[in-house]
Design a protein around this ligand. Structure first.
Ligand code: SF4
Length: 399
């Protein structure tokens, strides 16, 4: 358990970290107005968010049914579906799919794989792993934790990013423009995409009626990671389930809008391995896309949280990151105020669900209780109430 004095020490260190402060303040100038502009221009997203909350509430009440449906339906699209109760089970499934001999693996950014510490595990097993989202690649090189649900390297200055990229052999320099730095990364990763044995992604949403996953991306890395390698493994936490493809699209649009990235450049639906029946209508799997599609549904504390009268509501979260950007504490130190994966208002509660409630309760003591997180949340999650519950939880353990 992380204690309040250790948390405060981390926060004070972050406040004195000039590189973190300048990176964060530069990013906030762009991040904060982004979702306001989107919602002003496309106000239908606000109504859609209300609709999505209602569907998600109903889905959570029948989660076991939808998990079974997905596993059955993934098989019907010639993929393989799995359920993993905890990290141990998830890692075992992934190891079996990836195999023991050394593989080149390209990864799309995914918070659930951060929960699993999957990249670190695969590297330890001897595989070569590259994060393909630029922000997440910077996190991989710096060995930091992601600092925001959508933009993981939000705290990093341009100067630091260049230095880190040079360390792994990307041809970039301090004098280069932003555009040329990105071009250097593109050249570096392109060859990895082409030669990769396995592509690993998360899933923004999974549709129970088909087992199809939906992924949102702006860089284009997710399409390349999930289409070019011969095997695609998608890992989705169980609260990401929506009943139908139509519902799943609605949620993806709301997430992109409230993250301030609207319209999303790419919205990719994957329903099984690639195939063709163009010769005599004989079905062959593995054409230009993967030959194998594996979908792992990961619990990791969620089904216990559903039973808690306060924590259950956080399972409605679509991880848009808006509550983080609008939080006065998060704006100063980003995910330094958080557990090992999640930070900020939503992060405190996700830490209670996915790590341990004692650490989350200690983190909750820092919260000012201003209530902005609830006001800006598309799912109207009552985070101030949940955080109050966590504060009460710790006071009971002290008395
Ligand atoms: S709690 Fe709400 S605002 Fe925060 S990340 Fe989740 S959905 Fe977005």
């Amino acid at each position: 358990m992380k204690k309040i004095d250790a948390i405060l020490k981390e926060i004070y260190t972050a406040l004195d970290d000039q590189s973190l402060q300048s990176g964060l303040q530069r990013t906030l100038k762009n991040l904060l107005p982004a979702s306001h502009k989107v919602l002003k221009r496309w106000p239908y997203l606000i109504k859609l968010a209300d609709e999505v909350r209602k569907i998600r509430e109903e889905t959570l009440k029948n989660l076991d049914y939808y998990i079974d449906e997905i596993i059955k339906n993934v098989e019907s699209i010639n993929g393989k579906g799995y359920f993993a109760k905890d990290r141990h089970e998830a890692i075992k499934i992934i190891d079996e799919i990836v195999g023991n001999d050394r593989k080149l693996i390209v990864k799309a950014k995914s918070m659930v794989t951060e929960e699993l510490k999957l990249r670190e595990h695969l590297i330890e097993k001897g595989h070569i792993v590259y994060e393909t989202d630029l922000g997440e690649l910077l996190i991989q090189i710096s060995k930091d934790k992601p600092m925001h649900a959508i933009a993981p390297a939000i705290h990093m200055s341009r100067e630091k990013a260049v230095k880190l990229l040079k360390n792994i052999g990307v041809h970039v320099s301090e004098e280069m423009s932003y555009e040329d730095i990105v071009k250097g990364v593109r050249m570096f990763l392109r060859e990895k995409f082409i030669n990769a044995d396995v592509g690993i992604s998360g899933a923004n949403v999974v549709a129970a009626d088909s087992g199809a996953t939906i992924l949102i991306s702006n860089e284009g890395n997710i399409r390349l990671s999930t289409i070019l390698p011969p095997k695609h493994i998608a890992i989705a936490s169980i609260e990401k389930i929506m009943p139908t493809i139509n519902d799943a699209y609605k949620q993806a649009l709301v997430q992109a809008g409230y993250a301030g990235l609207y319209p999303p450049t790419y919205l990719s639906l994957t329903a099984g391995p690639s195939s063709t029946a163009d010769i005599e209508y004989h079905r062959v799997y593995g054409v230009h896309g993967p030959k194998e599609f594996h979908l792992i549904l990961y619990d990791g504390g969620r089904s216990d949280a559903i039973k808690n009268q306060y924590l259950w509501e956080q399972l409605l979260c679509i991880k848009c990151g808006r509550c983080q950007a609008e939080c006065p504490i998060w704006d100063l130190v980003a995910n330094i105020w958080g557990g090992s994966v999640y930070g900020g208002p939503m992060g405190i509660v996700w830490t209670a669900i996915t790590e341990d409630i004692d650490t989350a309760a200690q983190l909750a003591l820092i919260c000012l209780g201003c209530g902005r997180c609830k006001e800006v949340c598309p799912m109207k999650i009552n985070m101030p109430d949940i955080i109050r519950y966590l504060k009460t939880y710790i006071s009971k353990t002290i008395i």
